[in-house]
Write a protein that binds this ligand. Structure first.
Ligand SMILES: *Cc1c(COP(=O)(O)O)cnc(C)c1O
Length: 423
């Protein structure tokens, strides 16, 4: 199975003779063992097996294995949300007193998590402008800096993160690159192929695709050499007292990072995805390549229309030939980026609000990347907590409208936009 379309359907759950064709939902908190010793070995991480769904569940594992195969990774896990995925991905290698670098152009929820909540845990997030020079970014790296974080396609500004460049920069300083690949999905970009070490997802978006379940995923490439940078990553390379002094890198090799995240962070924080939600996610994954193709072609048609509309002040969509991110999009997402467009309307903030309120089936929702075309005004919705200064730092103009182009017929989408513009 080499092609993504096939992986999306056949990876993960692989039934043997007489087993259910579709992934079963293991709706069970617990699993049965015949002896006390058999169960004890699991608690010591001496044997692998299921014992409690907070740590591992067969339905979740099958879906995590599918996403791992789609990304070309070594090991993966599901989380209850994209927020949990990004928190675990960073917290798995950062402790109190550490720092890490993150692009300013990231999802508002992640920006708060990194800049406000993790700060309270004693972890400093150093934000950088992804357009800054290597020298400027390297000047921010300290001895306690543990990773670099960015989004393949940034939410909501839809700029493209130069993955190969940031992977080289991170590796030069002995740290991994973590990329949130939510908007591109592994159908349109596989960050690991460009040197990224750890990929995260809010599966809530295109992967689910139907706006039914909040969820997240982490995929580890298995490529980062923690042992070669042992002093920087003591959590992985020195004994874990909570498992009788086991050392993750020694015991689990390439699976060290994900094993620590499941057996330590998931054990202690418990942000599991419910097996029922993992089942829905798996259904979404089966049709993901088909849906991404349509999201991209519909969005390109809408972006071209907006670009030619003289009521529109500006449009950001990397699929447009004169978009400043077009060259990066051609490199990282040759099949198309995603269905999300950012644009502003002449007349500023109020004109944008009037336009949104005039739409008919295109609705204002706090969502993005599902079958239904929808839109949102970050300054008054998702990024409401940010000051104007922070908004501008995050590249979010006050008039920015985030339009998520769905799977409806393009003629109907364009007709709704046109009537809202009074055409
Ligand atoms: C939505 C989103 C998140 C947060 O995911 P939830 O599933 O809502 O917790 C993180 N990163 C990106 C890029 C997102 O779009």
């Amino acid at each position: 199975m080499s092609k993504i379309e096939t992986k999306c359907i056949h990876e993960g759950w692989k039934p043997t003779q007489g087993e259910p064709r579709q992934l079963p939902i293991y709706q069970s908190t617990t699993f049965k063992y015949d002896s006390s010793d058999a169960m004890g070995a699991l608690f010591d991480l001496e044997a692998s097996g299921y014992f409690y769904t907070r740590l591992q569940n067969p339905t979740n594992d099958a879906v995590a294995a599918k996403i791992t195969a789609m990304e070309g990774g070594f090991a993966g896990m599901l989380t209850s949300s994209g927020q949990a995925a990004n928190f675990y991905a960073v917290f798995n290698i950062c402790e109190c007193g550490d720092s890490f670098l993150a692009s300013t152009a990231i999802y508002g929820g992640t920006y708060n998590l990194f800049g406000v909540t993790m700060k309270k845990m004693g972890i400093e997030c150093i934000f950088f402008d992804q357009n800054a020079s290597d020298e400027e970014i390297e000047a921010l790296i300290k001895p306690n800096t543990k990773c670099i974080f960015g989004e393949t396609i940034t939410n909501p500004t839809v700029t493209i993160f130069d993955i190969e460049r940031f992977a080289k920069l991170a590796h030069k300083h002995g740290m991994p690159l973590i990329v949130d690949n939510t908007f591109a999905t592994p159908v349109n970009c596989r960050p690991i192929e460009w040197g990224c070490d750890i990929v995260t997802h809010s599966t809530t978006k295109y992967m689910d695709g139907h706006a039914v379940c909040v969820g997240g995923a982490i995929v580890d490439s298995g490529n980062f050499d923690w042992e070669a940078n042992a002093e920087r990553f003591p959590g992985l390379t020195t004994p874990d007292e909570s498992y009788h002094g086991l050392t993750y890198t020694k015991k689990f090799g390439k699976a060290a990072y994900i094993t620590k995240a499941t057996s330590q962070l998931m054990r202690d924080f418990g942000s599991i995805q419910s097996p029922q939600n993992a089942f829905y996610l798996n259904l979404g994954l089966e049709s993901l390549p088909l849906r991404m193709e349509r999201h991209c072609s519909n969005a390109l048609a809408v972006a071209k229309y907006l670009e030619s509309n003289d009521k529109v002040a500006w449009v950001h969509f990397a699929g447009l030939e004169n978009d400043p991110n077009h060259a990066l999009a051609e490199k990282y997402c040759p099949k198309g980026t995603c269905g999300v467009i950012a644009f502003g309307i002449k007349g500023g903030r109020q004109a944008s609000i009037d336009f949104m309120d005039s739409l008919k089936f295109i609705t204002i929702v706090t969502h993005v990347a599902d079958a239904k075309t929808c839109l949102l005004h970050p300054a008054s919705h998702t990024h409401r907590q940010l000051t104007d200064e922070q908004l501008i730092e995050a590249g979010v103009a006050p008039d920015l409208i985030r339009l998520s182009v769905g799977l409806e017929n393009i003629d109907d989408i364009l007709a709704d936009l046109k009537q809202a513009f009074g055409e």
